[in-house]
Each structure stands twice: as C-alpha cells, then as structure tokens.
Design a protein around this ligand. Sequence first.
Ligand SMILES: [Zn+2]
Ligand SMILES: [Zn+2]
Length: 165
Amino acid sequence: MKLSKTLSGECACGEVQYELGRVPMFTHCCHCLECQRQTGSAFVINGLIETDQITVSGLEPVPVPVPTSSGRQHDVYRCPRCQTALWSDYGGRSWLRFVRIGTLHDPSSVSPDVHVFARSKRDWVGLPEDVPVFDVFYDMKELWPSEALARRQAASDAANANHTD
Ligand SMILES: [Zn+2]
Ligand SMILES: [Zn+2]
C-alpha cells in the first residue's frame, strides 16, 4: 500500500467528500450473500479503520440500519442525497468503520488482505494465490499484523475510556 498518498473518496453525487488519515488497519473482501445483496454485486471490499481517521467534508453520511442473519447491528452510512454507501458500522462499535474501498478516488490503492465467506463466492471470481482465503471467517489475532492489532486495541480502549456519553 502507498503510505504517502492521501486516501480520499466521495459518493456518486460528490456531496460527501472524505479523507482517511491512515491506511486501513486491515481490508476484507467479503463474498457473503448479504454483502452481495446489499451491493448488488459479487462482493464488497471493506477497509477497517478507526472512525476518527475519517474526515468528512460536505454532507455528513447518515446511518441506515440493515437486517443481518447474525442478529448483530449493521448500519450502512449513506450519502443523504444520492444514497451511495460509504462505510459501515458492524456491531455497534462507534470507534470502528468499514470503509467501502470502491468509493476511494483511487480504489486500486487498497487491496484486500483477506477473502472471507468464500463458500458463497461466485464461481467466476478468481482469487490471487498470495492472499488468504477463508470459507467463513478467520482468527484476527493469527492473521492481523501486530501493528494493526495494536491500532485496533488502542481505538477500542480509547472508546471505552470515554464511555460516559
Ligand atoms: Zn452523494
Ligand atoms: Zn459479507
């Protein structure tokens, strides 16, 4: 990944503009059927990043709850005007966002670190040999680099320390 480059993106109508202060901690390509339905496509690419590393200018995305088979909370943040999905909050974690990498100005700047729910992958989607693939999900502590785990822990700790709101 290109660390020096500004990671910025926008919705389809351009009213929401955003910048990422850091590269995502880890990036999922999810082939589950829920992601296929929500995107109308074969998979979604989600960059996991601290919420405070996303700077929005223009319109503020609005959370839209979607049902999940797991029962966990899932809010998709959409442009209030064109409804493009920009990022998700999975599991009600205010400190963590799953940014839709396809909304970056240069979506090629972030590649998936892992492919999950490959059991429901479309047969015609080929995957690279050098990226881990899981039928369902994976053990984060085994797969994430220690630096990414430390970032995730720090963001979680900071949110819990401020849990007075
Ligand atoms: Zn828009
Ligand atoms: Zn999925």
